[in-house]
Design a protein around this ligand. Structure first.
Ligand SMILES: [Zn+2]
Ligand SMILES: [Zn+2]
Ligand SMILES: [Zn+2]
Length: 143
């Protein structure tokens, strides 16, 4: 059965709208959007040795290497939108964070509880914890 036409602005997904134009790179088969520069999900903003995780943005259901990558991509073209953060209630969902080295996906809880990939032991950039509030909705806002 064909899908009914989507009516009303705002309900349209950025994917359907033609949206951001940067094609994804593929990291172990997972598409990663934004300004990624290699298959381990480093990007033009963060490309140190340990910058090997991508984070899923719920607003567009895509992996991006970093918050800035999403911001740049999400404000381009028709599908422009604000970034969403992971609500605590969904921190157990297993596909929030992608290890760019081996392709393992982690939940927010698992990611926040570890310093390296449980699967391939790649070390994750400890500095990312400073920016966790950009990706994950924390009950108490710390600054
Ligand atoms: Zn988005
Ligand atoms: Zn970036
Ligand atoms: Zn890994």
């Amino acid at each position: 059965m064909p899908r009914a036409e989507v009516t009303g602005a705002g309900s349209e997904s950025p994917l359907a709208a033609g949206g951001p134009s940067t094609p994804p790179i593929f990291s172990n088969g997972h598409p990663v959007y934004g300004s990624a520069v290699d298959a381990q999900t480093r990007c033009v903003h963060w490309h140190g040795e340990t910058d090997v995780v991508a984070l899923k943005f719920l607003c567009c259901d895509r992996y991006y290497p970093c918050f800035d990558c999403h911001e740049e991509d999400a404000h381009r073209g028709e599908g422009a939108h604000e970034s969403s953060r992971w609500p605590v209630a969904r921190w157990d969902e297993p596909t929030a964070v992608l290890c760019g080295v081996c392709g393992t996906e982690l939940s927010v809880n698992a990611y926040l509880a570890t310093e390296d990939c449980p699967s391939c032991t790649a070390v994750f950039n400890p500095g990312c914890a400073l920016h966790a509030h950009l990706y994950f909705e924390t009950p108490q806002r710390t600054r």
